[in-house]
Design a protein around this ligand. Structure first.
Ligand SMILES: Nc1ncnc2c1ncn2[C@@H]1O[C@H](COP(=O)(O)OP(=O)(O)OP(=O)(O)O)[C@@H](O)[C@H]1O
Length: 296
């Protein structure tokens, strides 16, 4: 059996007294495009930096492709990382970036790098400091993919891009991963960025994993229920309430249920991925008792 791309057990990271990641337990299978979603300060960058070995855990453990993150050249060669804001060297040209990549990466694929640079229409003689944000993001992605890594880790790769550049960037990323069977973990504040591209999802808020799993399974086990106003405790057994709201007459619940909901008094609807993520993002950190709220 192949190693999972990422396995974290009780993973915790503190900066002094500030907790950036709390007791995170996750398994990400290989060959997935993983969306890591959460608001500012949720701990996304911390998790990604732990995965590439830029940080070490305060407690718990993490393995990436079966190895300890950052442990030696072989492990480093397996993982391509693009940090937030796609850092590049302002005074180096595009071609000089590729030369630098070739010198520092044993598995460097120069033909792939040159092909991508041509595809995205970058001038090899242009200095990186003169590129637009979108072009810099594309250059950084090119450097990461030309390493031919087994896993690509991208920290908010589309945050600084306009909607067209976002779409182009994600399209290029998808084309690359489909062709080369690379696993990808990419973070964003917005699920709308990732909705069309990811097949595995991790939602982080306030340093904790709120939900994680295959997108198909998550979509097949979460529902919106509407019906006459009722207490959450009166929902069918086995239903976990993620979010609930009420008017004078009607109650709406976002729920997780592993069994089909068979209750004629409720309308059962599928959610979009965005609805699902928003429900978890707005769920209090310590799940409140599912009691009926006062109507607003
Ligand atoms: N070097 C550091 N020293 C102290 N606290 C830090 C440090 N880096 C991150 N933190 C704190 O850890 C928490 C998680 O930060 P992190 O950067 O991982 O979040 P994030 O989800 O990536 O946020 P954003 O979307 O804003 O980039 C935050 O409360 C942040 O203030």
């Amino acid at each position: 059996m192949t190693d999972p791309v990422l396995r974290a057990t009780g993973l915790t990271k503190r900066y002094g007294r500030r907790v950036a990641l709390t007791d995170c337990t996750l398994t990400v299978p290989e060959g997935r495009v993983v969306g890591l979603v959460g608001p500012n300060g949720a701990g996304k960058t911390t998790l990604l930096q732990l995965a590439v070995g830029m940080l070490t855990p305060t407690a718990g453990s993490i393995t990436v492709l079966g190895g300890r993150p950052g442990a030696g050249p072989a492990q480093l060669a397996k993982v391509g990382f693009v940090a937030q804001d796609a850092p590049t060297y302002a005074n180096l040209t595009v071609a000089e970036h590729l030369r630098f990549g070739r010198r520092t990466n044993p598995g460097w694929d120069q033909a792939l790098a040159e092909e991508r640079i041509a595809q995205i229409d970058l001038d090899p003689t242009q200095k990186a400091g003169r590129l637009s944000g979108g072009q810099r993001a594309q250059l950084a992605l090119t450097l990461a993919v030309a390493k031919r890594p087994e896993l690509l880790i991208l920290d908010e790769p589309v945050a600084s891009l306009d909607p067209i550049a976002r779409r182009e960037f994600l399209r290029a990323l998808m084309a690359y991963t489909a062709e080369h069977h690379t696993s990808v973990i990419l973070s964003s504040h917005l699920v709308s960025d990732l909705e069309r591209v990811c097949d595995h999802l991790i939602v982080l808020t306030a340093s904790r994993v709120r939900v994680a799993g295959e997108v198909d399974e998550l979509m097949g086990s979460h529902y919106r229920l509407t019906g006459a106003r009722r207490d959450p405790a009166d929902l069918p057994a086995g239903v976990e309430v993620i979010e609930h709201s009420h008017t004078q007459r009607q109650s709406t619940f976002i729920v997780r249920s592993l069994v089909p909901i068979d209750d004629a008094s409720l309308t059962v609807e599928q959610l979009t991925l965005e609805d699902l993520v928003l429900a978890y993002l707005s769920r209090p950190v310590a799940p409140r008792r599912p009691e009926l709220e006062t109507a607003r």
